[in-house]
Design a protein around this ligand. Structure first.
Ligand SMILES: NC(=O)c1ccc[n+]([C@@H]2O[C@H](COP(=O)([O-])OP(=O)(O)OC[C@H]3O[C@@H](n4cnc5c(N)ncnc54)[C@H](O)[C@@H]3O)[C@@H](O)[C@H]2O)c1
Length: 260
């Protein structure tokens, strides 16, 4: 299927790892020019890619990143926002997570999204074109007890994306959210780490054992989702093939959450 993404300019936050990295690679393969924005960046592998170090909680670094991106690649058509963190705590029950530990998660996951929206929306409105795809999580739809601040932040991502979609639709700008289930990435592994540290020695499991139990009990398709599975949905959503799709929350989760 021709996606018509050739020569579009895309920014992928959190593109230095996991799902963001897979999405940046897939957008490049579709002919986009891609800026990877991350706290940790490596040398770009293609001429049509740039890497910009920035922190989504720091608006000055974001403004610098935008200036650099526009200078090198031109006006931005597509924004995929994948940068996020977990609390590093095992949050069951929630009293295990001190209130102070919520602060950084909300700062990165909620305010990071707000900062990205404020940075790009005015420019997209001016050009009357553009498209956002935000990463949230199934955890944001079901009060997952594993990491309450993370779950709450992901619910906020879904909700704010809907507000944005309504605001920006009259100017033809689309906003959608993708919710992965279980994808093997550093963020996912950090959830296991927080869990395993709390277990008595006899109850501890390896990352693979922990994941396979979780997948067996909550994912109907009974397998991991890959970063490419999620990237494919994000890239499709950002293409003109989805020109009538906005304000949607789409799960790439092996059936973990089923809407009716
Ligand atoms: N992996 C999963 O199972 C899973 C499940 C559901 C949702 N998600 C969501 O998918 C998205 C991507 O997660 P992932 O699993 O690929 O994680 P990851 O840890 O592999 O990648 C996240 C990237 O974000 C960057 N980042 C973190 N804080 C930042 C900041 N302040 N400024 C700039 N960059 C920052 C990190 O450096 C990292 O490169 C996240 O929004 C996450 O909530 C992941």
């Amino acid at each position: 299927m021709e996606l018509g993404l050739s020569n579009r300019v895309a920014v992928v936050t959190g593109g230095g790892s996991g799902i963001g990295q897979a999405t940046a690679d897939m957008l490049l393969a579709e002919g986009c020019r891609v800026a990877v924005w991350d706290l940790n960046v490596s040398e770009p592998s293609k001429a049509s890619q740039i890497s910009v170090r920035c922190d989504v909680t720091n608006r000055t670094t974001l403004e610098d990143a935008l200036r650099e991106t526009e200078l090198q690649l031109g006006s931005v058509d597509i924004v995929v926002h994948a940068a996020a963190i977990g609390s590093g705590y095992f949050g069951f029950p929630f009293t295990r997570v001190p209130p102070e530990a919520w602060q950084r998660v909300l700062e990165v996951n909620v305010m990071g999204m707000v900062n990205i929206a404020h940075l790009f929306a005015p420019r997209m409105l001016e050009r009357k074109q553009g498209c956002f795809a935000f990463l949230a999580s199934v955890a944001g739809q079901m009060g997952s007890q594993t990491d309450p601040p993370y779950s709450a932040s992901k619910a906020a991502n879904i909700n704010f994306a809907q507000c944005l979609a309504k605001d920006l639709a009259p100017s033809g700008i689309r906003v959608n959210t993708v919710c992965p289930g279980m994808v093997k990435t550093p963020l996912n592994e950090s959830v296991w780490k927080a869990w395993v540290e709390q277990q008595p020695v006899g109850d501890q499991r390896t990352y693979e054992q922990w994941a396979s139990e979780k997948i067996g009990s909550v994912i109907p398709l009974k397998r991991w989702q890959t970063a490419d599975d999620v990237a494919a949905m994000l890239v499709f959503l950002c293409s003109d093939r989805c020109r009538e799709v906005t304000g949607q929350t789409i799960n790439v989760d092996g059936g973990c959450v089923m809407h009716w």
